[in-house]
Ligand binder design. Structure first.
Ligand SMILES: CC(C)(COP(=O)(O)OP(=O)(O)OC[C@H]1O[C@@H](n2cnc3c(N)ncnc32)[C@H](O)[C@@H]1OP(=O)(O)O)[C@@H](O)C(=O)NCCC(=O)NCCS
Length: 343
């Protein structure tokens, strides 16, 4: 029981007042804990939260005290088409209201919701500076809530601009391994229709092939239509999305992809997935698409101070590409997992 009396309510995304309160708690929690964090813009977040995704439901819960002040939030992601044994729970508590039991109440409430949905795995995430630290408050919270450590992802940042000489050298050393069989194409915004089926297939497989400890993930239900809806939403949000693809010359198939996005205000860029199809590995295509996208970023968007990326440390090939590019470790993100039916 929290030491501050209150209630947990499901938030209606159409309710401007509640959405503002929830947004402010999330921003306060992240600004307090993450030195690099730059708040996203409220209108863009509203678009994100108000655009239903038929493949992935979201339920937003918040803890309000007796005065109606929002003290903490829990955003649940509920996959509907794939990975239907899982729920993802993101809990944030306002810095001035921590250690009052609010986080625990939100976690318990999320576990009950997962049980009601018949799910057997609930995931949570902690982000701590530097290496994994058993003593860190968030890690202690995850353990005291009953989660087990799933796997660690390492967050790295790359200061921009990367010296052109380094990018050219890495691009050339990759090119000798693929030119003649593959070509690299870059795009800002929508990827052309002709490439969407191939790109969707790569993104489907990314979740299966990314290291995730002992936990299995189904291929994600990514379709050309889902990508089109993502581009529509990003255009509405004013988000910049840069893609680099490797195309197999002989078949015309898309065999590798890498994505960067930036959210106004453009303080930093986020590296989304980079993926090379299993049958086309060993040609330095991972490096090639990443470098091509960074060159596109630096040519057309001089604003961001760094690129942020997150990988499992066991993903040795991707980590070595990142180290060659100059990425440096900033944080460890741990994925925690629990079976809610055992509680
Ligand atoms: C982690 C977080 C959600 C905890 O919220 P909270 O409301 O302060 O958590 P609770 O008060 O319910 O804490 C429950 C127990 O977790 C442990 N704990 C929580 N914060 C801790 C800290 N800073 N240091 C040590 N132990 C801590 C304690 O055992 C605590 O019980 P106690 O206060 O009786 O000793 C909050 O700090 C937060 O928003 N962090 C940023 C987001 C995040 O990491 N979320 C992921 C959660 S898995």
């Amino acid at each position: 029981m929290p030491s501050v009396p209150g209630v947990i309510r499901l938030i209606d995304p159409a309710d401007d007042r509640d959405m503002r309160a929830v947004f402010d708690v999330g921003i306060a929690a992240k600004t307090f804990d993450l030195p690099w964090f730059s708040p996203i813009n409220f209108s863009s977040w509203l678009i994100q939260m108000r655009t239903p995704d038929p493949e992935d439901a979201q339920e937003l819960y918040a803890y309000f005290d007796a005065d109606g002040t929002c003290l903490g939030t829990n955003l649940l992601f509920i996959p509907l088409e794939d990975n239907t044994d899982k729920v993802y729970s993101l809990v944030d508590v306002a810095p001035e209201h921590r250690r009052k039991g609010v986080g625990s109440a939100l976690v318990e409430h999320g576990l009950a919701r997962a049980r009601a949905l018949g799910r057997t795995k609930v995931f949570a995430e902690t982000l701590v500076p530097g290496a994994f630290d058993e003593q860190h408050g968030f890690v202690r919270f995850a353990r005291s809530s009953g989660f087990s450590q799933g796997w660690d992802d390492i967050a790295r940042h790359l200061a921009l601009p990367v010296p052109q000489e380094r990018l050219s050298r890495l691009a050339q050393s990759a090119a000798v391994r693929y030119v003649g069989d593959y070509r690299i194409e870059t795009f800002a915004g929508r990827v052309p229709e002709v490439h969407l089926p191939g790109l969707a297939e790569l993104m489907r497989l990314l979740a299966v092939d990314s290291p995730s400890g002992d936990i299995d993930f189904d291929a994600e239900a990514v379709s050309p239509d889902r990508l089109r809806r993502m581009y529509d939403r990003e255009e509405e949000q004013g988000r910049i999305h840069l893609s680099a693809l490797a195309v197999h010359d002989e078949s015309g198939a898309v065999v590798a992809q890498s994505d960067l996005t930036m959210e106004p205000p453009i303080d930093f860029a986020v590296q989304l997935g980079t993926y090379v199809h299993r049958e086309h590995r060993g040609h330095r295509l991972g490096m090639a698409v990443k470098v091509a996208n960074l060159q596109q970023l630096q040519r057309d968007h001089p604003g961001p101070a760094f690129v942020r990326t997150m990988n499992a440390e066991t993903n040795v090939h991707m980590v070595s590409v990142n180290v060659d590019l100059g990425f440096e470790i900033v944080e460890t993100s741990t994925e925690w997992v629990m079976d809610p039916t055992t509680r």
